[in-house]
Design a protein around this ligand. Structure first.
Ligand code: CA
Ligand code: CA
Ligand code: CA
Length: 855
């Protein structure tokens, strides 16, 4: 129904006025809401046409706390508009507020009930939440065996959270009293004394005391017994009736930009049994069918490459027999260029998929795809479609991520020179909120709290936050070097002046930008090895209220060296009494050290002839650290979360060392490590193994071939698992990075074994990234392709904006079967957060595809 197949309610409304009028007519006649009850399906959620009710099919996971993907949730006319249904302890819970643990989940098909027992360990507080179909909707009831603990009286409530972007520009009725959902948070809030504050994660606080010790809570925007949300919009209309007590409507964005609208009822106190109950009726449109998503590459296609459109269809949609490729002529005429037979693919997750293949059309021009009455946006077929697709990543995304620099673009300053007060040794036995941790020793020559010299140089903000993360930083440097060595892009659109800490976007300075970025990364890693002798785990804010910073990076700390003899928020002589200098988390693991060594060795090669002094120092630091690491008796295991790469970190470092030096001891060590690594996990090892071919003796490639043959055989099975023919991950962070890594491995294997691995296994990774994927068809690279991620979790997410060239994680598969990438709400990091590693890897893949298709 929408022009581009992106099923958004607002688009639906503006573009489907006649249909809407018809629906309102039906509504007035009372025939609008279906009376069909919800049914419990075999995937353990409640279902009817236009509505799914999930009850803790997804749980709060301890990793990043409240990710807005857990609890009672609604998928309403195809969109997950509701999350977080649970007993919660604050009116509008923040990310780091306490989350309940699911201690029991009971699905009873006989009574059609799902019941979960939730526990707050810190308060020894258990509650049971029961969801049962009721009329056209469902009931939620909360039961207690013991009364609400005294500390939580008037605080524990039944909460349900509604996605602001789907409800703003909409209205509500509370007991018949009309209101407009606040477009921007406008209170009300109240300040409360700190002793009333419930402990947040590990005792950290999201509130910047700044000498003011109170914290804030949201107060209701409206209160009453019955809330009709968006009664004007048949896709979003939900009625909630409170069967005891009072309903409150609150706006969580008053506390945190990623807050949602919350509907809440306080639990009855000093009693047991049923302490809260709602009747919830999400309205459904009769025979509603989700608009098909036509997946295609928003960037377009090289004439010689396969051109597959993948259509994602509602389970009750009937596939059409054909789809058309329409050519758009210079005179504006649209002419059917080809009619393709629509091939059924089958079911994947919750949708049906069909495929239309337009590969035979090779004539350059502008095209669109028509499926039924639905037309996609237009896209080119041309030999140069990949020429510039990586430029925004290098021209804009990476400059914006540059730490310790002032970054300008035209009339706009992205941020001032940040973190000039870096950095001090982190304390012992510290659990940080961004996953960092220290143990009983500092693993460095420095005492806790002591200044580590020389770190206010180079480096990139890791992601949508502002920390320098050692591991991803090292991989980014290595990835840039791969791009430089394989493709030598002399692209220069950025001025980077390290002496003045000044960056100007779109202003060439005569130096290749890739080399300048390698230099910027190497400056930080070399500084770490110079001062500490190894790669750090991270350099990050000590306090949560600073870490969650959004805005100009240079205002995150005061850029002044901490001096404990001064009072907080007082500065004097370039020193400050505010303890905001960032902490350095060191890392004793071999994995980490080898990652840093590999990056230094790689940088030393690329920087030779560009910055000889730094190149020489990088290689010397790498050699010294490599020798020390090899001499360690029993290196500790890689930290959790680094998966298979932990096992091959030494292999990767050794590959970089032997490529840099061509010295026999490194080559021998590589030969010793590579075969057992291939036997253990060929999929993660093959890329490094293939890259070593030019350095190894001629027999090496022949021996490696058997592993490639085996990989290819396994690949053929894997490619049948979904209609896109790429590996789609199912973890809590979406899998674009794995898709890029997989396609890049295929590029290296194609170089050495073209008879085994074809070029389509490389370009398909980009097709996926550029729009041929589930959920919607935006390109996952902001500002690349006709339509792309225009909202994402960059450090400007509070502005509902994007950073050109940033690459997002992509489609998250929410259990059990819902592929999601929110396109109107930037705050789900697992779907929308840019990171530096994926950006650099994407640049490599884009260059690789261009090379393959033009040679
Ligand atoms: Ca981070
Ligand atoms: Ca430049
Ligand atoms: Ca400071």
């Amino acid at each position: 129904m929408t022009r581009h197949g992106v099923g958004r309610a607002t688009a639906w409304i503006t573009r489907a006025l006649p249909a809407l009028t018809l629906v309102f007519g039906l509504l007035a006649a009372g025939a609008f809401a279906q009376d069909t009850p919800l049914a419990l399906n075999d995937k353990q959620y409640f279902e009817k046409r236009g509505l799914d009710v999930l009850v803790f099919t997804n749980e709060y996971n301890g990793m990043f706390f409240d990710e807005k993907t857990a609890g009672i949730e609604l998928i309403h006319h195809g969109v997950r508009t509701v999350t977080g249904g649970a007993v919660r302890l604050s009116p509008t819970p923040e990310q780091w507020d306490q989350i309940p643990k699911v201690v029991n989940r009971k699905v009873d098909p006989k009574s059609s009930t799902i019941e979960v027992t939730l526990r707050y360990e810190a308060f020894d507080f258990d509650s049971r939440v029961e969801v049962t179909p009721d009329g056209a909707g469902f009931k939620i009831a909360v039961f207690l065996d013991r009364p609400v603990p005294a500390d939580l009286e008037g605080r524990a409530g039944l909460n349900l959270e509604f996605l602001p972007s789907r409800y703003w520009e909409h209205t509500y009725l509370m007991d018949g009293r009309p209101g407009i959902f606040p477009r921007y948070p406008a209170g009300p809030t109240t300040s409360l004394p700190p002793e009333k504050k419930l402990r947040q994660f590990e005792g950290h606080s999201t509130f910047d005391l700044h000498g003011h010790k109170d914290y804030i809570e949201a107060l209701p925007v409206a209160a009453g017994k019955t809330l009709a949300m968006a009664p004007e919009d048949p896709e979003r209309y939900v009625t909630i009736r409170c069967l005891s007590g009072e309903l409150q409507l609150l706006d969580g964005r008053n506390l945190a930009q990623n807050g949602w609208y919350v509907v809440r009822t306080l639990l009855a106190t000093k009693s047991i049994g049923k302490v809260a109950e709602w009747s919830v009726e999400p309205h459904t449109i009769s025979n509603w069918t989700r608009t098909p998503v036509i997946g295609f590459s928003q960037v377009g296609y090289h004439p010689s490459q396969p051109k597959r459109a993948v259509m994602e269809l509602d389970a009750s949609d009937k596939p059409l027999p054909t789809a058309s490729l329409i050519e758009i002529r210079p005179d504006g005429q649209q002419i059917e260029k080809m009619k393709a037979k629509v091939q059924p693919w089958g079911k994947y997750l919750r949708y049906n998929y069909v495929v239309a293949d337009f590969s035979s059309v090779e004539e350059p021009g502008l095209y669109l795809i028509q499926y039924g009455t639905q037309k996609t946006g237009s896209f080119p077929i041309a030999a140069d479609v990949y020429d510039r697709v990586w430029h925004p990543t290098l021209d804009v995304f990476f400059p914006v991520q540059m730490d310790h620099m002032f970054v300008n673009e035209g009339y706009r300053v992205w941020h001032g020179a940040a973190h000039l007060d870096d950095a001090v040794q982190a304390p012992l036995n510290e659990q940080h909120f961004d996953g960092y941790r220290t143990g009983a020793t500092t693993n460095s020559p420095y005492k806790p709290g002591e200044r580590i010299p020389g770190l206010a140089v180079g480096g990139w903000f890791d992601a949508g936050d502002f920390d320098i993360q050692g591991g991803s930083h090292a991989m980014t440097v290595s990835s840039f070097v791969s791009t430089w060595e394989a493709f030598r892009p002399r692209h220069d659109q950025t001025l980077i002046d390290q002496g003045l800490r000044f960056v100007d976007i779109h202003r060439p300075d005569g130096k290749p930008d890739v080399l300048q970025q390698i230099e910027h990364g190497a400056l930080q890693i070399a500084a770490q090895y110079r001062s500490i002798g190894r790669l750090v785990r991270g350099i990050v804010d000590a306090e949560l209220h600073r870490y969650h910073h959004l805005g100009d990076a240079s205002t995150q700390t005061d850029n002044l060296t901490y001096d404990p003899s001064l009072k907080p928020y007082v500065s004097e002589g370039g020193r400050s009494g505010t303890p905001d200098d960032r902490w350095v988390y060191t890392d004793p693991s071999s994995f980490s050290n080898y990652s840093g060594i590999g990056a230094l060795a790689a940088a030393s090669r690329a920087l030779r002839g560009f910055n000889d002094r730094l190149a020489t120092e990088c290689l010397a630091l790498a050699k010294k650290a490599y020798a020390e690491e090899r001499a360690r008796p029993a290196p500790p295991a890689p930290p959790a979360g680094f998966g298979a790469f932990g096992q091959i970190a030494e292999l990767a470092a050794t590959m970089q060392m032997m490529t840099a030096t061509k010295e026999l001891p490194y080559i021998d060590r590589f030969d010793e490590l590579v075969w057992p690594a291939l036997d253990r996990n060929a999929a993660v090892t093959l890329q490094i193994a293939a890259r070593a071919i030019p350095v190894m003796d001629p027999g090496y490639a022949a021996k490696l071939r058997t592993y490639v043959e085996k990989y290819k055989a396994e690949l053929d099975g894997m490619l049948k698992q979904n209609p896109y023919g790429v590996p789609i991950g199912t973890r809590g962070w979406a899998g674009n990075s794995q898709v890029i890594g997989w396609a890049t491995t295929n590029y290296y294997l194609h170089q050495a074994y073209p008879d085994l691995v074809g070029t389509d296994l490389v370009t398909r990774g980009l097709d996926y990234l550029f729009g041929t994927h589930p959920a919607h068809n935006y390109s996952f690279v902001s500002a690349v392709g006709n339509r792309s991620k225009h909202l994402a979790y960059g450090n400007n997410r509070a502005d509902f904006a994007f950073i050109a060239g940033g690459v997002v994680p992509g489609v998250l598969i929410l259990k059990p079967d819902y592929p999601e990438n929110m396109d109107d709400w930037p705050f789900l990091w697992g779907e929308n957060e840019y990171t530096i590693g994926i950006g650099a890897d994407y640049m490599f893949l884009a260059n690789a595809a261009q090379e393959l298709l033009t040679k």
